[in-house]
Design a protein around this ligand. Structure first.
Ligand SMILES: *Cc1c(COP(=O)(O)O)cnc(C)c1O
Length: 483
């Protein structure tokens, strides 16, 4: 089962390619490339045969969990299946061979697509304008905070604080801090929602924005959100919507109609780009009209039948990314939205919510459900009932790997001890949900009968249990040393 590095499999002279004979005269490299750019030493590349190469990377690809191979209920991350047709569409030559330096007249098609995408997102979110530039959710948040500062500055104000609830995703306070604002955390109420009184106690004219995820990371809809927005707006603070959880609300509720001024979406969670490997993402940011002048340039505009990139925007915060964002991700999201249609998006969200509630109700007797028996697209359970057997959420997560499931998110949100945050998504069958529930319940039985075995898990994975802190801080990347 062990897999040496490809460099260790290398043998001098072995090769996986054969090139045709040259059909042009041979010339020394130094005639073609300036001397200073020429290598002095040959590059150290592995020399392997084609079959070695194929086996090496195929084996490596099989070592991991993926949505294409396993159920992946990683709460907050929306690891749903992304239809392959959308990959195919994005790879069409007419899209894939475009270059950002092409003349506007020659790329009217992609400009039209981006223009229409903006109209779709405005409709879905109830916002007035969108930029498609940011490359990820946290990138969108950072832009959002830059817009907040630009908005206040344009009014000659410089409020310094951003309020985030204690259940917020870690990127929220991080983005606020990176943009130079001060973070103030407020505790949620006993029901897991933002507590209007706690918010009232800290609201004043020094608050620049309130950030909120709705449904929040406990999978609960902030039912007081309009009142919260009114409280913020009374001090001219802006409402920021972390839309990574939009999978619960598409076609059902528009954040713009519940008082939010800025939203970011994660195209790579909700709109059909697979994620988790750090690959290209999309974090479009939508705003209400009062913030539109500050959006990054360029925006795609339409004049008659012609589409163009508008760079003239005197109050713009500038550019947030090279060119226009990750265009392939925008194309996939566009294809996804068109293939489902408005009604289809709403059905997807309803199915996501039903699947989560189904699973919650199958598991609520096996694990404490601190926030009740109803949820939106995800829910949080606690593994605290297994503590008496010396078993923790980490053990449950590792035991799930042995049973063929990716673990849920654990120890987040921080407000729930031994938290396990589960998001099944709409793309899973009832049978898969039943199998997962059975595996979780079986683990509670094993916690009673044989807790030691759970501490040993995973036993059927390529890696046994790691010292995770050490693995992150001091990774040992050479295979031989790991033996
Ligand atoms: C994933 C996520 C983010 C961050 O998105 P990235 O694309 O990973 O930067 C922010 N907030 C919530 C609630 C998320 O789930």
């Amino acid at each position: 089962m062990s897999e040496p590095l490809i460099f260790e499999q290398s043998r001098p002279g072995r090769t996986g390619v054969s090139l045709p004979e040259m059909d042009v005269p041979r010339r020394p490299l130094s005639e073609l490339v300036p001397e200073k750019f020429l290598r002095r030493k040959a590059p150290q590349l592995p020399e392997v045969s084609e079959i070695q190469l194929v086996r090496h990377f195929t084996r490596l690809s099989q070592r991991n969990f993926s949505v294409d191979t396993h159920f992946y209920p990683l709460g907050s991350c929306t690891m749903k299946y992304s239809p392959k047709i959308n990959e195919k569409v994005a790879a069409l030559g007419g899209f894939a061979n475009l270059h950002p330096y092409q003349r506007e007249e020659d790329v009217q098609g992609i400009l039209e697509l981006m223009y229409e995408m903006e109209q779709f997102l405005k409709e879905i979110c109830g916002m007035d304008r969108f930029t498609l530039q940011p490359a990820a959710g946290a990138h969108g948040e950072l832009l959002g905070m830059m817009l907040v500062r630009a908005y206040h500055a344009s009014k000659g104000r410089s409020p310094a604080r951003v309020i985030v609830p204690d259940t917020s995703h870690g990127t929220n306070p991080a983005s606020a801090a990176v943009s130079g604002l001060k973070v103030q955390v407020i505790s949620s109420g006993g029901d897991g929602l933002i507590d209007a009184d706690s918010l009232a106690a800290v609201m004043d004219d020094d608050v620049a924005a309130v950030m909120s995820t709705n449904p929040n990371t406990l999978g609960l809809f902030e039912s007081e959100i309009r009142k919260i927005a009114e409280m913020a707006h009374a001090h001219d603070a802006l409402m920021y919507y972390d839309g990574a959880n939009l999978n619960a609300l598409m076609g059902i509720c528009k954040p713009g109609e519940t008082g939010f001024d800025i939203v970011h979406l994660n195209l790579h969670k909700t709109f059909s780009t697979p994620h988790g490997g750090g690959g290209p993402g999309g974090g479009p940011v939508g705003v209400k009209q009062k913030l539109a002048p500050f959006l990054p340039v360029p925006l795609v505009q339409k004049e008659g039948e012609r589409y163009y990139l508008n760079y003239s925007s005197p109050q713009s915060v500038g550019k947030i990314r090279a060119f226009y964002g990750n265009v392939s991700v925008i194309i996939k999201a566009y294809a996804y939205i068109l293939s489902l249609g408005g009604e289809g998006l709403a059905r997807a969200s309803r199915a996501a919510v039903i699947n989560a509630n189904y699973l919650l109700n199958k598991l609520k007797d096996a694990f404490p459900a601190p926030y009740g028996e109803r949820c939106m697209h995800e829910f949080v359970l606690s593994a605290s009932n297994l503590k008496e057997h010396g078993v923790r959420a980490l053990d449950v997560a590792k035991a799930l790997i042995d049973k063929g499931f990716h673990p849920p998110t654990i120890y987040f949100p921080l407000t729930v001890p031994e938290a396990m945050m589960i998001e099944p998504t709409e793309t899973e069958t009832r049978e898969t949900l039943d199998d997962f529930a059975e595996a979780m319940i079986e683990i509670t039985r094993e916690a009673q009968s044989n807790p030691e075995a759970l501490h040993e898990s995973p036993r059927r994975a390529f890696s046994r249990r790691l010292d995770e802190v050490k693995a992150a801080r001091k990774p040992r990347l050479r295979w031989r040393e790991n033996q």
